[in-house]
Design a protein around this ligand. Structure first.
Ligand code: GLC
Length: 488
């Protein structure tokens, strides 16, 4: 898959990792393509789904792995924030690259960076009003500007007009609010030619690596406990944006299945080993060459398949377009936001929803409003989200399901009519009720379960609770009908 900038994204291709990494083995992945996303095309489980989700294999399996990530699995919903000097220009966080602004010219933005409405307590208030349980802030994006104090770099918030360490305030505020603290960090830095040509400009690539190890160490050492370090742009296969090999006497784009074949290494064993030593409970995603705690899927269309074998998170934006502040970007509807959240949780994943605060530091009021509407929905129906797991009914035309203890929550997103028919359930249903308005009557036979909705079912998500005689976790995931639509 290519991203909006036309680069091949390694992350979607299921590449295996090099070096100290274990070989990728495909864990049992229950397949069910999104029937509710994009153009609402429903694809039957297909071979390509397996390939697309090959990267959902190999997450940490050490003795502490399950304990480290337990809170996150229950939390379900987090706030992503892309904020930096690019916010001043208001054309997204890739503005330097897209408009090919020279490094020298771009660096001048630091002299204008003086956010006078920076108030991280208001950020956490927005996150809490949305029912989010964790935050992830871009400590440093691909432009190289650090929101924290790195005395060895001249492109930091400490050396901007603000003369301030924003990461310090952010971390304090998030912790104070009782939310979990996450920092995004990009090893890649556009200021370094060595990123693009690591073999040709080896000393420069090594400087970049030195910066990565140093800054990661600073983040891990200077801000107290971190719950998440969210990497982007790391890993050897993404050097030069996953491209440019010198083969047959020419520079060429590297074909997708091939890996970086040069000799540069990010030395993630040291960098991430040090991070894990300093922050024993931190969890990390899969955008370095180290063994991750969870996988990242990116963008609404990457919702993908159900996977309850490997922790995963869909990250996407609240407004259409860029992740960093973009003036006038259209905000997604409440309906879309709820379906993203329910869709991810019903596939046994999390949702990390992004806002790009204004250059002055405030989260756009329209964004804050939409998020608090999501929070209002969660106040009523969060029982069917928080602390649940996806299944046992796999995503299908009806919608998705979640469960906790002896209750299954059906999230009926697209009722075909007043009666929703599902395959047989190997557990006795004791009770059936509709959480979201209207009523639900349930008929269970050895052939299946039929739910009759009446009254006024909710058009966004009709949540129906089925109380069982026995724990839902004992039920092996059950495929549900998906209309087959031939692509194209
Ligand atoms: C995309 C964007 C990048 C952003 C990332 C978050 O890759 O290009 O700027 O940080 O998504 O996952």
């Amino acid at each position: 898959m290519r991203d909006e900038d036309g680069f091949v994204k390694k992350y979607d291709s299921g590449v295996t990792r090099r070096g100290f990494l274990r070989n990728s083995t495909l864990a049992a992945t229950y397949l069910s393509q999104a029937s509710l996303w994009g153009n609402a095309l429903a694809l039957a489980p297909a071979a390509h789904s397996l390939a697309a989700d090959a990267h959902d294999a190999e997450t940490a399996s050490d003795s502490e792995a399950a304990a480290r990530i337990a809170w996150w699995r229950d939390a379900k919903f987090g706030l992503f924030m892309h904020w930096g000097v690019y916010s001043i220009l208001g054309r997204g966080e890739w503005v330097q690259w897209k408009e090919q602004i020279s490094v020298g010219e771009y660096a001048k933005l630091a002299a204008q960076f003086n956010p006078d409405h920076f108030d991280p307590d208001s950020w956490t208030a927005v996150a809490k009003s949305a029912g989010m349980k964790y935050c992830v802030l871009t400590a440093r994006h691909h432009d190289g500007f650090a929101l924290f104090d790195d005395p060895a770099s001249d492109f930091t918030a400490m050396k901007s007009a603000a003369h301030h360490d924003f990461v310090a305030d952010y971390v304090r505020a998030v912790r104070k609010a009782g939310l979990k603290v996450g920092l995004y960090y990009s090893p890649l830095d556009w200021r370094y030619p060595g990123f693009f040509f690591p073999d040709l400009y080896r000393p420069n690539a090594e400087e970049l690596r030195e910066q990565y190890h140093r800054q990661l160490n600073q983040l891990a050492s200077n801000y107290g406990p971190l719950d998440i370090v969210w990497f982007d742009g790391g890993g050897e296969d993404w050097m030069g944006f996953g491209g440019v090999n010198f083969t047959s006497g020419k520079w060429q784009g590297r074909p997708r299945p091939e890996h970086y074949s040069g000799t540069f290494s990010w030395q993630d064993e040291q960098a991430i080993g040090n991070l894990r030593r300093l922050q024993p409970t931190v969890i990390i995603n899969d955008r370095t060459d180290a063994v991750p705690d969870f996988h990242s899927r990116e963008g609404d269309r990457a919702m993908g398949a159900f996977n309850n074998q490997q922790p995963w998170e869909l990250c996407t934006t609240l407004s259409e377009g860029a992740w960093g502040y973009q003036a006038g970007a259209k905000v997604k509807s409440l309906d879309a936001c709820i379906r993203l959240l329910v869709g991810a949780v019903g596939r046994d994943g999390n949702l990390l929803l992004n806002v790009g605060p204004h250059p002055d530091g405030q989260i756009d009021p329209e964004h804050a409003k939409r998020l608090s509407e999501v929070g209002d929905w969660l106040k009523q129906f969060g029982v069917s989200i928080y602390g649940t797991r996806g299944g046992p009914y796999l995503p299908g035309d009806f919608g998705v399901s979640t469960y906790r203890d002896k209750t299954i929550y059906l999230h009926i997103l697209k009722p075909a009519g007043p009666v929703v028919s599902l395959p047989a359930l190997p557990a006795k249903i004791l009770n059936c009720s509709c959480l979201t308005g209207g009523s639900a009557a349930c008929k269970q036979t050895s052939d299946g379960v039929a739910i009759r909705l009446s009254g006024n079912p909710d058009v966004t998500d009709t949540a129906v609770a089925l109380t069982l005689e026995s724990p839902a976790a004992q039920i092996t995931p059950i495929a549900t009908p998906i209309q087959e639509v031939k692509p194209g």
